[in-house]
Design a protein around this ligand. Structure first.
Ligand SMILES: *Cc1c(COP(=O)(O)O)cnc(C)c1O
Length: 359
Protein backbone atom coordinates (compact mmCIF):
# COMPACT_ATOMS: atom_id res chain seq x y z
CA UNK A 1 0.00 0.00 0.00
CA UNK A 2 1.55 3.31 -1.10
CA UNK A 3 0.95 5.99 1.54
CA UNK A 4 2.35 9.53 1.38
CA UNK A 5 2.98 11.78 4.38
CA UNK A 6 -0.40 13.51 4.53
CA UNK A 7 -0.60 16.85 6.35
CA UNK A 8 -4.11 17.69 5.12
CA UNK A 9 -6.15 20.05 7.32
CA UNK A 10 -9.35 18.20 6.54
CA UNK A 11 -10.67 15.85 5.43
CA UNK A 12 -7.51 14.47 6.92
CA UNK A 13 -5.42 11.33 7.29
CA UNK A 14 -6.94 8.17 8.73
CA UNK A 15 -4.88 5.50 10.53
CA UNK A 16 -3.39 2.92 8.13
CA UNK A 17 -4.69 0.17 10.37
CA UNK A 18 -8.25 1.46 10.01
CA UNK A 19 -7.94 1.65 6.21
CA UNK A 20 -6.77 -1.98 6.11
CA UNK A 21 -9.76 -3.08 8.17
CA UNK A 22 -12.13 -1.16 5.87
CA UNK A 23 -10.58 -2.76 2.80
CA UNK A 24 -10.97 -6.24 4.26
CA UNK A 25 -14.53 -5.51 5.50
CA UNK A 26 -15.97 -3.99 2.33
CA UNK A 27 -17.43 -7.00 0.51
CA UNK A 28 -18.52 -9.00 3.56
CA UNK A 29 -18.99 -7.02 6.76
CA UNK A 30 -19.39 -9.05 9.93
CA UNK A 31 -20.29 -12.22 8.05
CA UNK A 32 -23.37 -10.60 6.51
CA UNK A 33 -22.23 -11.12 2.92
CA UNK A 34 -22.86 -7.39 2.40
CA UNK A 35 -20.85 -4.22 2.96
CA UNK A 36 -21.81 -1.94 5.82
CA UNK A 37 -23.09 0.53 3.20
CA UNK A 38 -25.68 -1.95 1.98
CA UNK A 39 -27.65 -2.82 5.10
CA UNK A 40 -30.27 -1.12 7.21
CA UNK A 41 -29.26 1.27 9.96
CA UNK A 42 -31.97 -0.50 11.96
CA UNK A 43 -30.41 -3.95 11.48
CA UNK A 44 -29.19 -5.82 14.56
CA UNK A 45 -25.63 -5.57 13.21
CA UNK A 46 -25.67 -1.82 12.73
CA UNK A 47 -27.37 -1.13 16.05
CA UNK A 48 -24.61 -3.13 17.74
CA UNK A 49 -22.07 -0.90 15.96
CA UNK A 50 -23.89 2.25 17.10
CA UNK A 51 -23.96 1.06 20.71
CA UNK A 52 -20.33 -0.03 20.69
CA UNK A 53 -19.13 3.24 19.15
CA UNK A 54 -20.93 5.25 21.83
CA UNK A 55 -19.63 3.05 24.67
CA UNK A 56 -16.07 3.34 23.34
CA UNK A 57 -16.33 7.10 22.87
CA UNK A 58 -17.71 7.47 26.41
CA UNK A 59 -14.74 5.48 27.67
CA UNK A 60 -12.20 7.49 25.64
CA UNK A 61 -13.50 10.91 26.72
CA UNK A 62 -14.89 9.91 30.13
CA UNK A 63 -18.43 11.03 29.20
CA UNK A 64 -20.86 10.56 32.09
CA UNK A 65 -24.54 9.62 31.84
CA UNK A 66 -25.37 13.32 32.40
CA UNK A 67 -24.51 13.82 28.72
CA UNK A 68 -26.05 12.60 25.48
CA UNK A 69 -23.92 11.60 22.50
CA UNK A 70 -25.52 12.60 19.19
CA UNK A 71 -24.52 11.97 15.58
CA UNK A 72 -25.81 14.60 13.16
CA UNK A 73 -25.21 15.52 9.51
CA UNK A 74 -24.44 19.02 8.24
CA UNK A 75 -20.94 19.36 9.69
CA UNK A 76 -19.71 21.67 12.42
CA UNK A 77 -21.15 24.49 10.34
CA UNK A 78 -24.74 23.36 10.93
CA UNK A 79 -24.02 23.20 14.67
CA UNK A 80 -23.08 26.88 14.52
CA UNK A 81 -26.81 27.45 13.86
CA UNK A 82 -28.22 24.55 15.90
CA UNK A 83 -26.45 25.78 19.06
CA UNK A 84 -28.41 29.06 19.28
CA UNK A 85 -31.59 27.48 17.89
CA UNK A 86 -31.63 24.85 20.63
CA UNK A 87 -30.31 26.92 23.52
CA UNK A 88 -31.99 30.30 23.09
CA UNK A 89 -34.88 32.36 21.89
CA UNK A 90 -34.20 34.97 19.22
CA UNK A 91 -33.88 37.81 21.75
CA UNK A 92 -31.46 36.02 24.09
CA UNK A 93 -27.77 36.90 24.26
CA UNK A 94 -24.74 34.65 23.81
CA UNK A 95 -21.06 35.42 24.37
CA UNK A 96 -18.56 34.50 21.65
CA UNK A 97 -14.79 34.49 22.00
CA UNK A 98 -13.37 34.87 18.51
CA UNK A 99 -9.82 33.56 18.19
CA UNK A 100 -9.84 32.69 14.50
CA UNK A 101 -11.80 32.23 11.29
CA UNK A 102 -14.02 29.44 12.64
CA UNK A 103 -14.98 31.35 15.78
CA UNK A 104 -15.78 34.34 13.60
CA UNK A 105 -17.99 32.19 11.41
CA UNK A 106 -19.71 30.71 14.47
CA UNK A 107 -20.46 34.21 15.82
CA UNK A 108 -21.80 35.38 12.45
CA UNK A 109 -24.00 32.31 12.07
CA UNK A 110 -25.37 32.66 15.61
CA UNK A 111 -26.02 36.34 14.91
CA UNK A 112 -28.73 35.25 12.47
CA UNK A 113 -30.56 33.41 15.28
CA UNK A 114 -29.96 35.43 18.46
CA UNK A 115 -28.10 38.40 19.89
CA UNK A 116 -24.34 37.85 19.82
CA UNK A 117 -21.92 39.60 22.12
CA UNK A 118 -18.33 39.23 20.90
CA UNK A 119 -16.65 39.09 24.31
CA UNK A 120 -13.14 38.97 22.87
CA UNK A 121 -11.60 39.02 19.42
CA UNK A 122 -7.98 38.61 18.39
CA UNK A 123 -8.36 39.75 14.77
CA UNK A 124 -6.26 42.85 15.62
CA UNK A 125 -3.20 40.58 15.43
CA UNK A 126 -4.45 38.31 12.64
CA UNK A 127 -5.71 35.70 15.14
CA UNK A 128 -2.31 34.76 16.52
CA UNK A 129 -3.24 34.71 20.22
CA UNK A 130 -6.03 34.21 22.74
CA UNK A 131 -6.90 37.48 24.50
CA UNK A 132 -6.28 37.25 28.24
CA UNK A 133 -9.44 36.12 30.01
CA UNK A 134 -9.35 39.17 32.30
CA UNK A 135 -10.00 41.39 29.24
CA UNK A 136 -13.10 39.52 28.00
CA UNK A 137 -16.28 41.58 28.08
CA UNK A 138 -18.89 38.95 28.79
CA UNK A 139 -22.55 39.89 29.08
CA UNK A 140 -24.05 38.99 32.44
CA UNK A 141 -27.30 37.99 30.73
CA UNK A 142 -25.59 35.59 28.33
CA UNK A 143 -27.05 32.09 28.04
CA UNK A 144 -23.74 30.46 27.09
CA UNK A 145 -20.13 31.20 26.15
CA UNK A 146 -18.87 29.89 22.81
CA UNK A 147 -15.21 29.12 22.15
CA UNK A 148 -13.31 27.38 19.37
CA UNK A 149 -10.95 25.15 21.32
CA UNK A 150 -8.58 24.84 18.35
CA UNK A 151 -8.53 27.23 15.41
CA UNK A 152 -7.63 25.01 12.48
CA UNK A 153 -6.53 27.82 10.16
CA UNK A 154 -4.53 30.01 12.55
CA UNK A 155 -3.15 27.16 14.66
CA UNK A 156 -4.34 28.69 17.96
CA UNK A 157 -5.44 26.34 20.73
CA UNK A 158 -6.91 26.88 24.19
CA UNK A 159 -4.75 25.20 26.81
CA UNK A 160 -7.22 25.99 29.59
CA UNK A 161 -10.96 26.02 30.23
CA UNK A 162 -12.48 29.50 30.63
CA UNK A 163 -13.83 30.38 34.04
CA UNK A 164 -17.50 31.27 33.58
CA UNK A 165 -20.80 30.63 35.37
CA UNK A 166 -22.64 29.89 32.10
CA UNK A 167 -22.38 26.67 30.05
CA UNK A 168 -19.42 26.61 27.70
CA UNK A 169 -20.14 25.57 24.11
CA UNK A 170 -16.97 24.44 22.35
CA UNK A 171 -16.26 23.78 18.68
CA UNK A 172 -13.68 20.99 19.05
CA UNK A 173 -13.70 19.94 15.39
CA UNK A 174 -9.94 19.93 15.02
CA UNK A 175 -8.67 18.85 18.44
CA UNK A 176 -11.22 16.44 19.88
CA UNK A 177 -9.63 13.13 20.94
CA UNK A 178 -6.13 14.65 20.77
CA UNK A 179 -5.79 14.70 24.56
CA UNK A 180 -7.94 13.98 27.61
CA UNK A 181 -10.52 16.63 28.52
CA UNK A 182 -13.01 16.92 31.35
CA UNK A 183 -16.35 16.84 29.53
CA UNK A 184 -18.12 18.12 32.65
CA UNK A 185 -16.42 21.50 32.06
CA UNK A 186 -18.67 21.98 29.02
CA UNK A 187 -22.37 22.31 28.28
CA UNK A 188 -22.05 21.35 24.62
CA UNK A 189 -19.14 20.02 22.56
CA UNK A 190 -19.40 19.67 18.79
CA UNK A 191 -16.97 18.39 16.19
CA UNK A 192 -17.14 17.63 12.49
CA UNK A 193 -15.64 14.18 12.00
CA UNK A 194 -13.18 14.80 9.19
CA UNK A 195 -10.19 15.91 11.27
CA UNK A 196 -9.74 13.51 14.18
CA UNK A 197 -12.75 11.16 14.06
CA UNK A 198 -13.36 9.77 10.59
CA UNK A 199 -14.65 10.74 7.15
CA UNK A 200 -16.68 13.86 6.37
CA UNK A 201 -20.45 13.59 6.58
CA UNK A 202 -21.02 12.99 10.27
CA UNK A 203 -20.75 15.35 13.22
CA UNK A 204 -20.40 14.50 16.88
CA UNK A 205 -22.40 16.54 19.39
CA UNK A 206 -22.11 15.95 23.13
CA UNK A 207 -24.86 17.76 25.05
CA UNK A 208 -25.51 17.98 28.78
CA UNK A 209 -28.95 16.47 29.26
CA UNK A 210 -30.48 19.54 30.93
CA UNK A 211 -29.70 21.53 27.74
CA UNK A 212 -31.52 19.16 25.38
CA UNK A 213 -34.96 20.75 25.65
CA UNK A 214 -35.22 23.19 22.71
CA UNK A 215 -35.63 26.82 23.74
CA UNK A 216 -37.99 27.58 20.86
CA UNK A 217 -41.06 25.93 19.42
CA UNK A 218 -41.51 24.44 15.96
CA UNK A 219 -37.92 23.66 15.14
CA UNK A 220 -37.74 21.08 12.35
CA UNK A 221 -37.07 17.66 13.82
CA UNK A 222 -33.66 17.45 12.21
CA UNK A 223 -32.66 20.75 13.86
CA UNK A 224 -33.55 19.57 17.37
CA UNK A 225 -30.86 17.88 19.45
CA UNK A 226 -33.65 16.31 21.48
CA UNK A 227 -34.99 14.31 18.56
CA UNK A 228 -31.53 12.79 17.99
CA UNK A 229 -31.24 12.00 21.70
CA UNK A 230 -34.63 10.29 21.69
CA UNK A 231 -33.97 8.26 18.53
CA UNK A 232 -30.37 7.14 19.22
CA UNK A 233 -29.36 9.48 16.35
CA UNK A 234 -31.67 7.64 13.96
CA UNK A 235 -34.27 10.37 13.47
CA UNK A 236 -33.72 9.64 9.80
CA UNK A 237 -31.14 7.53 7.97
CA UNK A 238 -27.73 8.37 9.44
CA UNK A 239 -24.52 8.37 7.33
CA UNK A 240 -23.79 4.76 8.15
CA UNK A 241 -20.42 4.44 6.42
CA UNK A 242 -18.95 7.48 8.18
CA UNK A 243 -20.31 6.22 11.50
CA UNK A 244 -18.74 2.80 10.84
CA UNK A 245 -15.34 4.39 10.23
CA UNK A 246 -15.65 6.49 13.40
CA UNK A 247 -16.33 3.27 15.31
CA UNK A 248 -13.11 1.77 13.89
CA UNK A 249 -11.14 4.89 14.83
CA UNK A 250 -12.40 4.75 18.45
CA UNK A 251 -11.40 1.07 18.69
CA UNK A 252 -8.01 1.98 17.23
CA UNK A 253 -7.51 4.76 19.81
CA UNK A 254 -8.39 2.41 22.65
CA UNK A 255 -5.84 -0.11 21.34
CA UNK A 256 -3.23 2.68 21.31
CA UNK A 257 -3.87 3.14 25.04
CA UNK A 258 -6.45 5.94 24.98
CA UNK A 259 -6.15 9.70 25.03
CA UNK A 260 -3.37 10.09 27.58
CA UNK A 261 -1.13 8.08 25.26
CA UNK A 262 -2.33 10.13 22.26
CA UNK A 263 -1.59 13.34 24.20
CA UNK A 264 1.99 12.24 24.86
CA UNK A 265 2.55 11.44 21.20
CA UNK A 266 0.80 14.61 19.99
CA UNK A 267 2.77 16.84 22.34
CA UNK A 268 6.02 15.23 21.21
CA UNK A 269 5.13 15.62 17.51
CA UNK A 270 4.16 19.27 17.93
CA UNK A 271 7.11 20.18 20.16
CA UNK A 272 9.70 18.85 17.75
CA UNK A 273 8.10 20.64 14.80
CA UNK A 274 7.88 23.98 16.65
CA UNK A 275 11.47 23.48 17.85
CA UNK A 276 12.60 23.00 14.23
CA UNK A 277 10.77 26.18 13.21
CA UNK A 278 12.06 28.25 16.14
CA UNK A 279 15.65 27.03 15.70
CA UNK A 280 16.10 28.90 12.43
CA UNK A 281 15.45 32.38 11.05
CA UNK A 282 14.53 30.78 7.75
CA UNK A 283 11.17 29.56 9.19
CA UNK A 284 8.76 31.19 11.63
CA UNK A 285 5.42 30.55 13.30
CA UNK A 286 3.40 33.65 14.17
CA UNK A 287 1.36 32.23 17.08
CA UNK A 288 2.02 33.28 20.69
CA UNK A 289 3.83 30.42 22.36
CA UNK A 290 1.29 29.66 25.10
CA UNK A 291 -1.53 29.05 22.60
CA UNK A 292 0.22 27.15 19.83
CA UNK A 293 -1.85 24.28 18.51
CA UNK A 294 -0.75 20.67 18.80
CA UNK A 295 -2.81 19.82 15.71
CA UNK A 296 -2.27 22.59 13.11
CA UNK A 297 1.15 24.17 12.72
CA UNK A 298 1.31 27.10 10.30
CA UNK A 299 4.74 28.36 9.33
CA UNK A 300 6.09 30.87 6.86
CA UNK A 301 9.42 31.22 5.08
CA UNK A 302 11.44 34.40 5.61
CA UNK A 303 11.50 34.63 1.82
CA UNK A 304 7.93 33.97 0.62
CA UNK A 305 9.19 33.75 -2.97
CA UNK A 306 10.45 30.27 -2.07
CA UNK A 307 6.95 29.02 -1.05
CA UNK A 308 6.24 27.42 -4.43
CA UNK A 309 9.64 25.70 -4.53
CA UNK A 310 9.14 24.45 -0.96
CA UNK A 311 5.75 22.98 -1.81
CA UNK A 312 6.83 21.33 -5.05
CA UNK A 313 10.01 19.83 -3.58
CA UNK A 314 8.03 18.67 -0.54
CA UNK A 315 5.47 16.98 -2.78
CA UNK A 316 8.28 15.27 -4.68
CA UNK A 317 9.44 13.90 -1.30
CA UNK A 318 5.87 12.62 -0.69
CA UNK A 319 5.16 15.35 1.90
CA UNK A 320 1.70 16.46 0.79
CA UNK A 321 -1.03 19.01 1.54
CA UNK A 322 1.31 21.51 3.16
CA UNK A 323 0.04 24.69 1.48
CA UNK A 324 -1.06 27.22 4.09
CA UNK A 325 -4.51 28.77 4.20
CA UNK A 326 -4.66 31.92 2.08
CA UNK A 327 -5.44 34.08 5.15
CA UNK A 328 -2.12 33.11 6.77
CA UNK A 329 0.05 32.27 3.75
CA UNK A 330 3.09 30.04 3.73
CA UNK A 331 2.65 26.50 4.92
CA UNK A 332 0.52 24.58 7.37
CA UNK A 333 1.23 21.10 8.66
CA UNK A 334 -1.82 19.46 10.19
CA UNK A 335 -0.57 16.70 12.46
CA UNK A 336 -3.73 15.06 13.75
CA UNK A 337 -3.82 11.77 15.69
CA UNK A 338 -3.54 9.69 12.51
CA UNK A 339 -0.39 11.45 11.24
CA UNK A 340 2.48 9.23 12.37
CA UNK A 341 5.42 10.68 14.25
CA UNK A 342 7.59 9.37 11.39
CA UNK A 343 5.78 11.81 9.04
CA UNK A 344 6.68 14.72 11.32
CA UNK A 345 10.29 13.48 11.42
CA UNK A 346 10.33 13.31 7.61
CA UNK A 347 8.98 16.87 7.37
CA UNK A 348 11.61 18.19 9.80
CA UNK A 349 14.41 16.43 7.89
CA UNK A 350 13.09 17.94 4.65
CA UNK A 351 12.94 21.43 6.22
CA UNK A 352 16.55 21.19 7.43
CA UNK A 353 17.71 20.10 3.98
CA UNK A 354 15.63 22.77 2.22
CA UNK A 355 17.18 25.47 4.39
CA UNK A 356 20.66 24.13 3.71
CA UNK A 357 19.97 24.38 -0.03
CA UNK A 358 18.21 27.75 -0.17
CA UNK A 359 18.97 29.47 3.16
C1 LIG B 1 -13.28 22.12 9.74
C2 LIG B 1 -13.86 22.96 10.81
C3 LIG B 1 -15.17 23.45 10.76
C4 LIG B 1 -16.08 23.19 9.57
O1 LIG B 1 -16.54 21.92 9.59
P1 LIG B 1 -17.63 21.42 8.51
O2 LIG B 1 -17.76 19.99 8.90
O3 LIG B 1 -17.04 21.63 7.15
O4 LIG B 1 -18.87 22.19 8.71
C5 LIG B 1 -15.63 24.19 11.81
N1 LIG B 1 -14.86 24.46 12.88
C6 LIG B 1 -13.59 24.02 12.97
C7 LIG B 1 -12.77 24.35 14.16
C8 LIG B 1 -13.05 23.26 11.93
O5 LIG B 1 -11.79 22.82 12.00
Amino acid sequence: MRRVHNFSAGPAALPDEVLEIIRADIPDWNGTGMSVMEISHRSKQFIALAERSEANLRQLLGISSDYSVLWIQGGATLQMAMVPLNLMSATDIADYVVTGSWGKKAAEEAGRQCVVNVAADSSDQNFTYIPDESTWRCNDKATYLHITSNETIGGVEFNYVPDTPVPIVADMSSNILSRPIDVSDYGVIYAGAQKNIGPAGITLVIVRNDLLEPARANLPHLMMWKSYAESESMTNTPPTFAWYVADLVFQHLLRQGGLSVMAEINERKASKLYAAIDRSDFYSNPVREDCRSWMNVPFVLANAELDGTFLSEAAAAELTNLKGHRSVGGMRASIYNAVPEASVDALIAFMVEFERKYG
